[in-house]
Design a protein around this ligand. Structure first.
Ligand code: NDP
Ligand code: 2IT
Length: 445
């Protein structure tokens, strides 16, 4: 396949969709050999079909704020691919949300969900609604209005949304309440539900825990563990919170967190009550991490900078896309970082990934590393179908097992001649093959 020609055509069809085009290019770069070895995929137009969503819904979301004023946001659901299971993927509420971002996330989700070993297709949705500074009542009214449009197109066997940036337990609760009222059904239509009404234990922690389990496997290939390692984390949301807990439990020391305003550096380690404080900070609907340094004076706030300038052994980017650039990567390598594992979706730019790979340091891409979140959503769906709840240990054991399996798949398809594991290639190839073969089996639809 002529990649440049393909990408030029795709760009003409979807001009300016930078994040989406970036995600597609990265996957296609990894597939070169697979496509050569499997000419049937080209005849069946698998690539042309897999890069386009099955369908996209866009809708208006009017809602009334606490002053009685009507506001209007845009809502979306991108149903990307359901070859191996119902569409599955989160909802993101953030002012930066647009179709390019949701298409990149939905596209990544196809391969991520395939890697989990569970039967889930790929999808994503969300809104440009900004939860920052909103009251609980405003968030509820927004979620209810959003669901008034969404409920027609989702269902436990059709499309199962969950959380992502700006959508946590509270939002899932308001969304679920409205769905239930409209559909007159109490079913597993959303994941990340509250523990008393269909949620799974460990789902809140799952993305962060899974990321650390995956990084543990990466380190083990070098005979290393988290014990005594200094770890830099970005973000201070759900994923960063789970990752900080698990790193600490495994004997590592988390020294940074970050927000859009800068990062905090705490050489004494972010553990215990400091990790719990992250929940308060997120629930406060502010989007700054600075208050952490008021609460814990040993933590220094560094304005407007990324945490990647801090010396660390392991880096876990857990905030957002393209938050770690080439200069950041060079700084990490220079400071002796041995492992970068992406808790967020596509946080490293392509140039940064090149730096990691050229220097042969361990680099795990989001679609493999952070798959524990959606995998545990899959486990929540299984429990809902069976109408029972597994204990904490059972969910955690299954999650751990899934992360090891994803690591094995990456190793199988990504190990290069000199023994270096190209996790990007491994994840893309393994994720793709399962979906592509399912599409072949199901004919042209
Ligand atoms: P949260 O909303 O809980 O936290 C998001 C974090 O990223 C916050 O610290 C947030 O700060 C920061 N952030 C968001 N946008 C920007 C931006 N434009 N610039 C700088 N910082 C930003 O979301 P999650 O922790 O759930 O998500 C974090 C990442 O992990 C995302 O990439 C998400 O797609 C990914 N992910 C999440 C999963 C999940 O289960 N939740 C599963 C797999 C991946 P602020 O909100 O203050 O701007
Ligand atoms: O990016 C992701 O994998 C998520 N936000 C979780 C999706 C899910 O369906 O649990």
């Amino acid at each position: 396949m002529d990649l440049e020609k393909f990408m030029n055509n795709l760009e003409k069809k979807h001009p300016g969709e930078v994040e989406y085009l970036q995600a597609v290019r990265e996957v296609l770069e990894s597939l070169e050999e697979v496509l050569e070895e499997n000419p049937q995929f080209e005849t069946a137009g698998i690539i042309e079909r897999i890069v386009e969503p099955d369908r996209i819904f866009t809708f208006k979301v009017p809602w009334v704020d606490d002053n009685g004023k009507v506001n209007v946001n845009l809502g979306y659901r991108v149903q990307f691919n359901n070859a191996i299971g119902p569409y599955k993927g989160g909802l993101r509420f953030h002012p930066s949300v647009n179709l390019s971002i949701l298409k990149f996330l939905g596209f990544e989700q196809i391969f991520k969900n395939s890697l989990t070993t569970l039967p889930m297709g790929g999808g994503k949705g969300g809104s440009d609604f900004n939860p920052k500074g909103k009251s609980d009542a405003e968030i509820m009214r927004f979620c209810q209005s959003f669901m008034l449009e969404l409920w027609h197109i989702i269902g436990p066997e059709t499309d199962v949304p969950a959380g992502d940036i700006g959508v946590g337990g509270r939002e899932i609760g308001y969304l679920y309440g409205m769905y239930k009222k409209l559909a007159r059904e109490h079913t597993g239509v959303l994941t990340g539900k509250g523990i008393n009404w269909g949620g799974s234990l460990i789902r809140p922690e799952a993305t962060g825990f899974g990321a650390v389990y995956f990084a543990q496997e990466m380190l083990a290939t070098k005979g290393e563990t988290f014990e005594g390692k200094t770890v830099a984390i970005s973000g201070f949301g759900n994923v960063a919170w789970g990752a900080a807990q698990k790193v600490t439990e495994l004997g590592g020391k988390v020294v940074t967190l970050s927000g859009p305003d800068g990062y905090v550096y705490d050489p004494s380690g972010i553990s215990g009550e400091k990790i719990e404080y992250m929940l308060e900070l997120r629930a406060s609907n502010q989007d700054i991490v600075k208050p952490f340094s008021f609460e814990f004076p040993e933590a220094r706030f560094v304005q407007g900078k990324h945490p990647w300038e801090v010396k660390c052994d392991v880096a876990l980017p857990c905030a957002t896309q393209n938050e770690l650039n080439k200069e950041d990567a060079e700084m990490l390598v220079k400071n002796g970082c041995m492992c970068v594992a992406e808790g967020a979706n596509m946080p490293s730019t392509p140039e940064a990934i090149e730096v990691f790979q050229e220097n042969k340091i361990l680099f795990g891409p989001g679609k493999a590393v952070n798959a524990g979140g959606v995998a545990t959503s899959g486990l929540e769906m299984s429990q809902n179908s069976m109408k029972l709840n597994w204990p904490r240990e059972e969910v955690d054991t299954r999650l751990h097992h899934i992360m090891k399996s994803i690591h094995n798949q990456c190793q199988l398809y990504g190990t290069e001649e000199d023994g270096y594991i190209n996790y990007v290639k491994g994840a893309n190839v393994a994720g793709f093959l399962k979906v592509a073969n399912a599409m072949m089996d199901q004919g042209v639809i």
